[in-house]
Design a protein around this ligand. Structure first.
Ligand code: SF4
Length: 305
């Protein structure tokens, strides 16, 4: 099932824009998170793996080592150019000079055509956005990836995000005023949420003017507060078919201009507790593709209104 026939995929967009396959190269450069160290909150999001914040876990290989190993892997898939994807934790959580040096050390490589910066909506001061806008002015592709997860403050409080929806709106407004495209990360199946919450969330972020979306089923990983809730029977993950149906409907309600960077996500086997279908992405992607083929693809619901 060719999923990209039914939605506006980021991979296809990059291929058309750059005349060949471009892959995101995920990096972990040892940032922490202000929602754990007391700057914005303590304890972190309830679904976040606490073990990943241990000193040992932060001893990731150097940036150039990660670029080399990522390249070696992705070249086998036909990629020749890459977006340096600062993915792990909060990748704007440092002073601007430090960030500039770090981002530039990735951009100096000939085959790195730009950056994707994963962060929290409450951790993107104007000075950081100005820095990203300068890279864009120099001809690099730049994406700001904001973890929002839900547009409901009650849910954000429940999962201890440490920020509200207002901070997200403010970050999107300031990024858009600098013409920096925003990709918003949404989690489907959050505690206390029903399908209506996810559908409302996607409507709200579209209204905010989002350029890209990432959808992610909530999975329970070892070392998280959510794992305790799940063991006590206080949290029940979504089933495979519930996720496929809901993610597909969210895609149908999204205008065709919005790029889907991802429609599901997996967790590492050694960390994943539940649901077990989150160990593999292809069955989920194929099922979403089949749903979209059968009931209408991206923008279909809007077209029918
Ligand atoms: S999920 Fe992200 S924002 Fe939440 S505690 Fe973990 S790193 Fe911080």
């Amino acid at each position: 099932m060719q999923l990209h026939h039914h939605l506006n995929s980021f991979g296809q967009y990059l291929r058309a824009r750059h005349g060949g396959r471009v892959q995101k190269l995920a990096l972990n450069v040892g940032f922490s998170c202000p929602n754990r160290d007391g700057s914005k909150g303590r304890g972190g999001c309830t679904f976040c793996n606490n073990a990943s914040f241990t000193p040992h876990a932060r001893q990731a290989p150097s940036l150039s080592e990660q670029l080399s190993s990522g390249r070696a892997h992705m070249q086998q898939q036909g990629a020749t150019r890459y977006l340096a994807y600062f993915q792990a934790y909060t990748n704007t959580y440092a002073d601007v000079e430090t960030l500039d040096a770090l981002y530039r050390s990735a951009l100096q490589h000939q085959d790195i055509i730009g950056l994707a910066i994963g962060t929290r909506p409450d951790c993107v001061p104007d000075a950081v956005l100005d820095l990203l806008a300068r890279y864009q002015d120099q001809g690099f592709d730049v994406w700001l990836e904001l973890g929002l997860q839900s547009a409901f403050d009650s849910t954000l409080r429940r999962v201890n995000r440490g920020h509200g929806y207002a901070e997200y709106l403010d970050a999107v407004r300031r990024a858009r005023s600098r013409k920096i495209p925003v990709c918003t990360h949404l989690i489907v199946g959050l505690p206390g949420e029903q399908a209506e919450h996810s559908l409302c969330t996607v409507n709200r972020v579209i209204d905010a003017g989002v350029d890209g979306l990432k959808l992610h089923p909530l999975h329970v990983v070892k070392g998280s507060q959510l794992a305790n809730e799940w063991r006590r029977g206080e949290y029940q993950p979504m089933s495979f078919i519930e996720y496929v149906n809901l993610a597909s409907e969210m895609i149908r309600r999204t205008p065709k201009s919005v790029l889907f960077h991802r429609v599901t996500a997996t967790a590492q086997n050694q960390l994943l507790l539940a649901p077990d279908w989150c160990a593999h992405k292809w069955p989920v992607m194929n099922a979403i593709g089949e749903n979209l083929a059968r009931f209408g693809g991206q923008g279909h619901t809007l077209a029918g209104i």
